[in-house]
Design a binder for this molecule. Structure first.
Ligand code: UD1
Ligand code: CA
Length: 449
């Protein structure tokens, strides 16, 4: 049995008041169309089809090869939008799921239930409904006296009495494909000059074919986004969903309302996240870590037993047993090997700090490779930039860098070498050598530690 999903994303989303197409607005770090594609993929057997139109290029670049794209030149309504997929799908699918890309909270399980319900329906349509106090402009479900579905009525066409109906059309359907492709050509033009997908319901009922309705258990899934107020509601609901999943999987969130974890982030068992922490992008946290409060980790990977306090980490790697902060800034390419201690007011970029290396206070390390068990004294700076190029600094094992040392790159410091406080190191330092002064010169060999 072949099931294909068609996701409608061609509308402009005027009420967002944005240059960005609506479906590219982010919810918990991912454009809303990401969620629509994920859910569709999980509930269907074929690659989903996304209908694009308004600001098509932006959506196209993002969707790339995670779905097939079809173009709706003029936005003549949801029925017309689905019709654009006909040439792709006619004869190639038994069932067609249709969803709208502006419903990021709709679950894959719900779509699967729609498909299963339609599988047992002798008629051509199963649609998803919700009962809600606030209709938010959704179409109303009209039922016959016997309780069966008769039609979907758009708000603009509903009488005052019909407007009080609380059962609403969520905007997710499963159709028998052959019937759908034929029926779409018979949809009448609406008073607004559009072809409404919702009018297929009336076509089926008038032909004596039963339409099934599946009622949502969780009304939050029906949050459709038309305005930025809806966007913020979806953000809150998605955040709660993501946070609950982490807590149920063994992560402690001290205050989930104040913890911002984007979709796709992974966190190991028994890790504790303190409030006002932001875990973003491709971040992966190991087991038994303590993150926050007041920390931002973007595209950052940590091992086990790491501690990050009040710090900003972007594109960094922490091996096991690393502690960072408070007030540290790790940038792209910062790699802290196991047991590294990085204290307050430090910045590391494109550099590796070897196992057990300590950098306690006020330092900048850029374009450097630092060996194991190095002590980086307070105020150490790699002067890596000459105004045009970045230059490397190489530091061996067991080196002791005195406070306020300037390492003028390119420069190398051999194993077990030392620098005195305030040294300005402009030349390479051999192994086991102590240098002092400005510019730094060797005053002894055979340093002891
Ligand atoms: C639609 C439903 C309504 C339902 C509501 C739920 C219709 C006619 N009405 O109304 O019953 O309660 O969703 O959110 O279907 N789109 C296109 N091409 C078009 C028009 C729309 O791709 O020509 C896409 C939009 O990008 C959007 C989706 O279809 O993703 C829904 O369109 P929208 O204008 O938001 O419909 P609603 O008025 O919200
Ligand atoms: Ca809508």
């Amino acid at each position: 049995m072949k099931v294909t999903a068609v996701i409608l994303a061609a509308g402009q989303g005027t009420r967002m008041r944005s240059d960005l197409p609506k479906v590219m607005h982010a919810v918990c770090g991912q454009p809303m169309i990401y969620y629509a594609i994920q859910a569709a993929k999980a509930a269907s057997s074929e690659t989903p089809v996304v209908v694009i139109g308004h600001a098509a290029d932006a959506v196209k670049d993002y969707v790339h090869d995670s779905a097939r794209l079809v173009f709706q030149e003029k936005q003549l309504g949801t029925g017309h939008a689905v019709l654009q997929a006909e040439s792709f799908l006619r004869g190639k699918s038994d069932y067609v799921i249709v969803t709208y890309a502006d419903m990021p909270l709709l679950r894959a399980e719900t779509l699967s239930r729609l498909v299963a319900t339609q599988g047992a329906n002798p008629g051509p349509i199963t649609l998803l409904t919700v009962i809600a106090d606030d209709p938010r402009g959704f179409g109303r479900i009209i039922r016959k006296p016997d309780g069966s579905v008769e039609a979907i009525l758009e708000e603009a066409q509903a009488s005052p009495e019909q407007l009080t109906i609380q059962e609403l059309n969520v905007g997710a359907y499963c159709f028998s494909a052959d019937w759908l492709w034929e029926a779409l050509h018979r949809i009448p033009l609406s008073p607004k000059g559009e072809y409404y997908l919702t009018d297929t319901v009336e076509l089926a009922v008038k032909a004596g074919l039963p339409v099934q309705a599946l009622l949502l258990d969780d009304p939050l899934e029906a949050i459709g986004i038309n305005t930025r107020i809806h966007l913020s509601e979806a953000e809150v609901a998605m955040r709660q969903r993501i946070n609950s999943a982490h807590m149920l999987a063994g992560v402690t969130l001290i205050n989930p309302q104040m913890t911002y974890i984007e979709a796709g982030v992974t966190i190991g068992l028994d890790t504790v996240i303190w409030p006002n922490s932001y875990l973003q992008g491709g971040t992966r946290i190991g087991e038994n870590c303590e993150i926050g409060p007041d920390s931002i980790l973007r595209d950052t990977v940590t091992g086990q037993n790491c501690v990050v306090l009040a710090s900003v980490l972007e594109g960094a790697i922490l091996e096991d047993n690393v502690d960072v902060g408070p007030f540290a800034h790790l940038r792209k390419g910062a790699h802290l090997c196991s047991g590294v201690h990085m204290g307050n007011f430090g910045e590391v970029k494109d550099s590796t700090l070897g196992p057990g290396t300590k950098m306690g206070h006020f330092s900048y390390i850029g374009n450097a490779t630092i060996g194991p068990n190095v002590n980086i004294g307070a105020g150490t700076i790699t002067c890596n930039y000459d105004g045009v190029h970045k230059h490397p600094t190489q530091i061996g094992a067991d080196v002791f860098i005195g406070s306020d040392t300037m390492l003028v790159a390119p420069v190398e410091l051999g194993d077990r070498s030392r620098t005195g406080a305030g040294s300005v190191v402009t030349k390479n330092v051999p192994e086991d050598t102590l240098v002092v002064g400005m510019p730094a010169r060797a005053i002894s060999r055979k340093t002891k530690r």
